[in-house]
Design a protein around this ligand. Sequence first.
Ligand SMILES: Cc1cc2nc3c(=O)[nH]c(=O)nc-3n(C[C@H](O)[C@H](O)[C@H](O)COP(=O)(O)O)c2cc1C
Length: 388
Amino acid sequence: MADFGGYQYEIYFDGLRGVVPRFPMSYEGWEARAQAAMSPSVWSYVSGGAGDEHTQRANVAAFLRHALIPRMFVGADQRDLSVSMFGLTLPSPLMMAPVGVLGLCTQDGHGDLATARAAAKTGVPMIASTLSVDPMEEVAAEFGGTPGFFQLYTPTDRDLAASLVQRAEKAGFKGIVVTLDTWVTGWRPRDLSTSNFPQLRGNCLANYTSDPVFRAAVPQSFETDPGASVLHWAGIFGNPLTWDDLPWLRSLSTLPLIVKGLCHPEDVRRARDGGVDGIYCSTHGGRQANGGLAALDALPEVVAAADGLPVIFDSGVRSGSDVVKALALGADAVAIGRPYLYGLAIGGVDGLVHVLRSMLAEADLLMAVDGYPTIADLTPEALRTVAG
Ligand SMILES: Cc1cc2nc3c(=O)[nH]c(=O)nc-3n(C[C@H](O)[C@H](O)[C@H](O)COP(=O)(O)O)c2cc1C
């Protein structure tokens, strides 16, 4: 069993020889340092959301309305955070959510590779976005023994979709996450006010420009004429899928198929009936719809409707305590978004490993102190609803 909480002793013992941590120890610190490290346009893109960003704040605030009740005389000396899903055993329920501009978040411009390397070092799986600076094959080559997942933005060109999925299978990804809430970009005033959209500037399109189907449609090379690729990409990027498309999506691969962006129990039931292998409950971090629903508030009904299918959760997770609360509300795995890309920004692989280890340590130590030694012990009864 991994001793995630042991990270604190490493830090305290380093202190005995005068060494204090290179990186901040809290989300607020990672965020502030990341803002200083990033260009204003990348910062605006990663930190902003849809509309007046109410949903983005609601995602975070929802965690404050749930409190874990401490239990005593449990002797939670050993904790087991391991989970099994999709035929895999993972050391912890933590995952890295798909983020389409990782490549731009590190100083060397290869944040996708850095994330894959951090996955290898920590055992925390990366869900690699379709939008990346380095092609998926190069990203997957850095995973070491940690399984990775490929997130598909389904293009309108079905042959291209099939090609991307086949490449992911061949590259060794262990599952396909299809994101359903982003066939069109949400209204994002922060980015609109500076006309800032990274992909239209030719960024993060490597999975397209390295694809044989995409290249056949755009004879001009990306290097000499990026505008032709960008124009074609903008035309095929988003497919407004309907339930009629689910059998086709399902047929693309024998890998586990997970659908991302589900918050309504009826959608979960239909997806389940349509043969998906996992449900990903998310409000895209409030970047897409500013409709006001916090993802955490949708989670219990999603879990009930999933009826035993694995549920991955994200949106608003900022700490190890948040991870524990999402597990108690029924998530099988909890993905983080902004915290890890801030880790990347402040220190590349090392900064990201620090963020992941910090979140795991906090979750593990909370389970120790409050007397919940295993994930099975974390049930809704472990929580009380409190004023936010
Ligand atoms: C800058 C940025 C880019 C993102 N790109 C993608 C993406 O390419 N694919 C996807 O499915 N979700 C994407 N997401 C959404 C994340 O997967 C996740 O749902 C979200 O970050 C969770 O919210 P949080 O970061 O506030 O916790 C992105 C999020 C951010 C912040």
